[in-house]
Design a protein around this ligand. Sequence first.
Ligand code: HEM
Ligand code: SF4
Ligand code: SF4
Length: 524
Amino acid sequence: MALIHSVVRKPFDFAEQALGKVFPAQWNPLLNLGALGFFFYWIITASGIYVYIFFDTGIHNAYASIEYMTHEQWYMAGVMRSLHRYASDALIVVMLLHLVREFGLERYRGARWFSWVTGIAVLMLIYVSGISGYWLVWDKLAQYVAIVSTEWLDWLPIFGEPVARNFLSPQTLDNRFFTLMIFMHIAVPLIALAVLWIHLQRVSKPRINPPRGLAIGTFVSMLALSLVFPAVSQAPADLAQVPGTVGLDWFYLPLYPLLENWPGTVTWTAAFCMTVIAFAVPFLPPMRKLPVAVVDLENCNGCSRCHYDCPYEAIDMIARTDGRPFEAEPAVDASKCVACGICAGSCPTSMPFRRVTGLSPGIDLPDLTMETLRDQVHDVCDRLTGDNRVLIFSCMHAVPAKSINVPGVASVELRCIGHLPPAFIDYVLSRKLADGVLLAGCSENACHARLGVEWTQARIAGERDPHLRARVPRERVRTVWVGRSGSRLLESELSEFSSGLSAVPGIKVPPAGPATRERDKVDA
Ligand code: HEM
Ligand code: SF4
Ligand code: SF4
């Protein structure tokens, strides 16, 4: 499975890096696929409402009303029609890329099965609404879609009368069937929107709007495309004739030639198997579940930081149960927790300076505790030699720092870069365990646990608690956000960082003594 993920991820890593050279990090389209999906959905809705005003919903005048929009009112309704078409095609592209990328990043298994399964439901609904849209134009393509779809549906013994009979001749054509299609074309996207809302129920602070620059750029490109290549209809439908050769839309209708030519037994069996597989993907094979975060009320003051920082809505603040004078306590929902450790990184009691009472934070990962991390830091730093010693804290999903075999460099691996409490950086530098600390995480906007990179940046910049203390010279801290295949970039950043360290003033630490120990206890 790991091999499949890495094969799928490779082209994305490559394309992300290539696009990273053209776009600012935040604007990279591949890092905003979900948000772009929403953006296209809104364009489709707005343009759809406009087009509907001029659309004649009767089957005999539908074609003429669309022709009027395209040719007579090309400057407004025509452009809207084109935007409607192109945004629908773009939605398919970003949705499929989003699907493949989430798969490659392995963000669909374990507790994340929910987003995957609801995503597949959205995908199917979007296809149904797109296909019903082609029907409404009532041109040759619509006739082809109507005949192939209904013949395919008729293979199932669910309709009393074959539905395809409607399209045998102009006399048999029923206006009510067309009205049903219009209703579907409006109702199904609304259902898709409701399912999209469910899709995001288990991710906190989802990015549903692309950055403004990317949104404007995308919209202007679509507008230009609509003006240069306006969407047009094919010849009008004529039930007295077979549609013959039609131009297909390869975004929505690529399987229609197969539906037309293969026997129903084959196409229905394939459709059934593909649907089952698509829904079952997160469980094939089931993911080894890592132990979820555990709360230790003895060390929790109910500050709620873990609740705000959890990327998966896995922590609720509930009424205090241990009688201590705090209002709330965190409760972890094991079915939503992905064991990313971000909550432990956000807890103010994750304080490595604490020696007197042991390092036991209010919330921790049982199989990679803060105490274990501190021991690992001591272990690897004890073996560091040279003048410019660097300790790398790396995310297990980003570039593997363990493979870096350079004297004077050691690394400790975390579940996510947001798993690291900023106090660890202070600890390493003020205790002179290393001369510099490098944090290596996933690329910006591509954090495996969604928010780890963002929270780490804000903590270091002093914009989010727990923040990195002001006394830590920022020149001794370097962050490198690279995907899994960014080892070359990491190595070059590392060598530049470590060679520059000699010129940086050291951290000013008050002399050790009772006062310092007292302060460390307070910090804890
Ligand atoms: C119109 C279609 C879709 C839209 C607009 C959409 C939008 C989004 C958004 C905004 C997020 C949150 C991203 C973030 O803030 O990190 C998300 C997450 C996710 N989506 Fe979709 N999505 C769509 C379809 C799909 C499909 C078809 C799949 C795959 C079957 C899918 C799978 C996922 C998964 C697995 C996540 C969770 C990622 C994680 O756990 O970090 N989505 N989606
Ligand atoms: S480990 Fe991650 S997903 Fe689980 S509760 Fe903590 S922050 Fe949330
Ligand atoms: S961040 Fe720590 S102290 Fe604050 S509520 Fe969560 S577990 Fe308790």
